[in-house]
Design a protein around this ligand. Structure first.
Ligand SMILES: O=C(O)C1=C[C@@H](OP(=O)(O)O)[C@@H](O)[C@H](O)C1
Ligand SMILES: C=C(OP(=O)(O)O)C(=O)O
Length: 430
């Protein structure tokens, strides 16, 4: 399914933010790793959250669900012996479950998105699992991947954080369940460091002790721990909301989003600070962001690694700013659902934006007068490319057609409904 985005000068309305993707993944995981019954209120409903629901059920968790919650009977450190798991296109789910699979005799992760997740590298996690005594068969570091675990040991583990923080999160989730204590040392750099704060927060809520160095470059994890069964409430999602806030910023708007906690550990809450730096009129109080856009934005410089999943939305806003914006320290955007530098900038350029790529930077020469549009956009299987190009389409002179826009459902199935409720001129077409 494609979406046609037509020029939309004004947006107005309010709604509650969708539920956080990252917290839903983590709460479902720690619930599955507990031996008791946990309850997760307001979980996200999307392809990625469906993927982890399906996989933990395959591994032996029992899930019951109603409108507001999921109740999970976990499998603790004894997942059911399952031959195959299908994580769809969900990177974090794959990496976290590769670590959990170390507790099973043999699990194969199949490759159902060869042009997206199928291209993403997992070498650093494979290498680290090897140090635990786990045998991993793989296709040059990529899917399909077979994990032969059983009885992984702890001890000293090194892992590179230069490509993704998800490898480290995966090891953090696994190691408390091992018989031995573990020490995890992060080599090179640690990208998306803020996300590790979310992992540690959830583990602590689940009663797990981890001794983390202040810089998150080394961890001591006592073994023989058990995840407690708990009740969790999922907070609102900043990465998805960032796209709606960017849409409000580039139009004349009066848009309110509730359920966005000021003190969240989601780095993408920086969308609010970045829009403020761009001089977009807004307030953020009591979990509510209120944008009163006037269509005027100023260029900005920002360390994108602090808010990795909101950078594309920030760039879309910068397309209409006065001056040249620079988003630096963003190389790991190349290892996401698509190459979010080369592929995204190619689509922006086709839409008429003036952008330049560096190995680890995105430069945007703002065009406050708008962009031409009138082209068909390749979504590259990437929900965040779809959301960001939609923002650009709202202020293009000619409509943008976004091909295969249904991939937005990876994280935010109701994105176009939410935008339409604000008055955006967006339409699904076959
Ligand atoms: O741990 C997580 O849940 C995530 C970590 C980030 O990935 P990287 O660490 O690969 O940047 C983020 O982009 C992704 O959407 C979710
Ligand atoms: C990169 C993302 O997800 P994942 O790595 O979990 O596929 C994302 O949600 O933007």
């Amino acid at each position: 399914m494609d979406v046609i985005v037509r020029p939309t000068p004004t947006l107005q309305g309010e709604f509650g933010a969708l539920s956080s993707k990252n917290y839903t993944t983590r709460y479902l995981l720690v619930a599955a790793l507990s031996e008791g019954v946990s309850t997760i209120y307001h979980p996200a409903h999307s392809e990625d959250s469906d993927a982890i629901r399906r996989c933990i059920a395959d591994l032996g968790a029992v899930l019951t669900e109603d409108e507001e919650k999921i109740v999970v009977q976990g499998f603790g450190r004894h997942p059911r012996d399952v031959k195959e798991l299908n994580v769809g296109n969900a990177g974090a789910v794959l990496r976290f479950l590769m670590a959990v699979a170390a507790l099973s005799p043999e699990v194969t992760f199949v490759n159902t998105y060869p042009d997206s997740l199928g291209k993403r590298p997992h070498d650093d996690l494979i290498q680290a699992l090897g140090q635990l005594g786990v045998e991993v068969e793989h296709n040059n570091g990529r899917l399909p991947i077979t994990i032969r675990g059983g009885k992984p040991q702890g001890g000293r583990i090194t892992v590179s954080g230069a490509v993704s923080s998800q490898y480290l999160s995966a090891l953090l989730f696994l190691t408390p369940l091992l018989d031995e204590d573990s020490e995890i040392i992060v080599l090179d750099d640690l990208k998306s460091k803020v996300v590790i704060g979310q992992t540690l927060e959830v583990m602590e809520q689940a009663g797990i002790t981890v001794h983390a160095a202040d810089d998150y470059m080394s961890f001591k994890v006592p073994g023989r721990q058990a995840y407690a069964a708990k009740s969790y409430t999922v907070q609102g999602d900043y990465p998805g909301s960032a796209a709606v806030l960017a849409a409000a910023a580039v139009t004349k708007s009066d848009v309110t989003i509730h359920r966005l906690a000021e003190h969240s550990k989601q780095g993408e809450r920086a969308i609010v600070d970045v829009l403020r730096m761009m001089e977009v009129p807004l307030t953020h109080e009591n979990g509510t962001v209120h944008v009163q856009g006037n269509g005027i934005l100023k260029a900005v410089e920002f360390d994108g690694d602090a808010a990795t999943d909101a950078v594309l939305a920030m760039v879309a806003a910068a397309v209409f700013a006065e001056g040249t914006s620079r988003f630096y320290n963003v190389e790991n955007l190349r290892y996401k659902e698509c190459d979010r530098i080369t592929d995204y900038l190619a689509e922006l350029t086709r839409a008429g934006a003036k952008v330049e790529e560096r190995r680890d930077e995105i430069i945007v020469h703002g065009t406050p007068e708008g962009v031409e549009g009138g082209v068909t956009i390749n979504a590259h299987y990437d929900h965040r490319v779809i959301m960001a190009l939609t923002v650009v389409g709202l202020r293009a002179r000619q409509p943008l057609r976004i091909k295969d826009a249904h991939h937005v459902a990876k994280s935010y199935p109701q994105y176009f409904d939410h935008l339409r409720s604000l008055g955006a001129n967006v339409e699904w077409v076959e």
